[in-house]
Design a protein around this ligand. Structure first.
Ligand code: PXL
Length: 277
């Protein structure tokens, strides 16, 4: 197996099973050297917790970049998630320019919104910055809310295939050759992922568990990136990531005390086996 080096840039939510605390173990389990730049440190994620701490680490990013440039470090892939500010997005664009190998892969999860709303602390300036980041990516991994915000298409809770195709066309127009749109469901019992690249569009549908779970977008994106880097095609990577996320939710729903995240760790052994086959 080829040993790849990936850099992931997102926040550390010290408690909450999202962003770096899921990306690092998942990408390592996929067999990749995983380097990190924490965009911010929060005591918890911002969904449903109140009074969390937030330490912005934006100013460290150019310093880390310059040090790594001096050390001649480069990455096979860079995967970005939740970033603290529009300024930070511009620092990440500099990193794309100087620390990625020729033909390296960029995955952008524009983690900024869900259920029709921006996360706490984000505004239209941040959405504009995220559009610039998505333009540089090979693969973007938005949910329906993020896709609507990025394309300027009205957000809808109920929609048909034509609406989803309009979102995908708008996203592809921004620059990425591949769009992996999550949380796409055409009825109440099912959800799924719509995958579109230069070869066409495909849909993987699965049963929907009627509960909103924090961090599942980050889990999906991490498994997707880790699997794709192992050489699986884009559709198989999306299917493996969707199945992993669903299993993690299933292993959590019976435990009401575990409301802030999902127990993805319980599914890692299965993922490792799947990637070896
Ligand atoms: O899971 C996305 C995410 C990441 N990081 C922080 C968040 C959220 C979603 O709410 O608040 C800090």
């Amino acid at each position: 197996m080829e040993y790849k080096r990936i850099l992931t840039i997102q926040d550390v939510s010290c408690l909450g099973q999202c962003s770096l605390t899921v990306a690092l173990p998942i990408l390592s389990a996929c067999g990749h050297e995983t380097c990190i730049i924490p965009s911010a440190v929060l005591s918890t994620h911002t969904g449903e917790f109140q009074g969390y701490t937030f330490r912005d680490l934006s100013e460290d990013i150019p310093l880390i970049r310059r040090h790594w440039e001096k050390e001649k470090i480069s990455f096979d892939a860079i995967y970005t998630g939740y970033l603290g500010s529009a300024l930070e997005v511009s620092y990440v664009l500099d990193i794309f320019k100087s620390l990625l190998i020729h033909d390296g892969l960029i995955f952008v999860d524009p983690a900024m919104a869900d259920n029709g709303k921006l996360y706490a602390g984000f505004d239209s300036e941040y959405v504009g910055a995220m559009k610039r980041l998505c333009a540089k990516a090979r693969v973007i991994i938005p949910n329906i809310t993020e896709a609507a915000l990025l394309t300027g298409v009205e957000y809808k809770e109920e929609y048909d295939r034509e609406y989803v195709e309009r979102l995908i066309a708008g996203l592809k127009n921004m620059g990425p050759s591949c769009v992996v749109l999550t949380g796409v469901g055409f009825d109440r019992e099912h959800t799924g992922v719509m995958v579109s690249d230069e070869n066409g569009t495909d849909y993987y549908m699965h049963h929907k568990i009627p509960r909103t779970c924090h961090g599942t977008g980050d889990i999906f994106a991490s498994v997707f990136a880790g699997t794709y880097l192992r050489g699986k095609n884009i559709f198989d990577s999306a299917k493996i990531a969707a199945d992993f996320t669903l299993e993690s939710i299933k292993n959590t729903v019976d435990d009401p005390a575990h409301w802030y995240g999902v127990k993805f760790e319980t599914v890692l052994p299965e993922l490792i086996k799947k990637l070896e086959s």
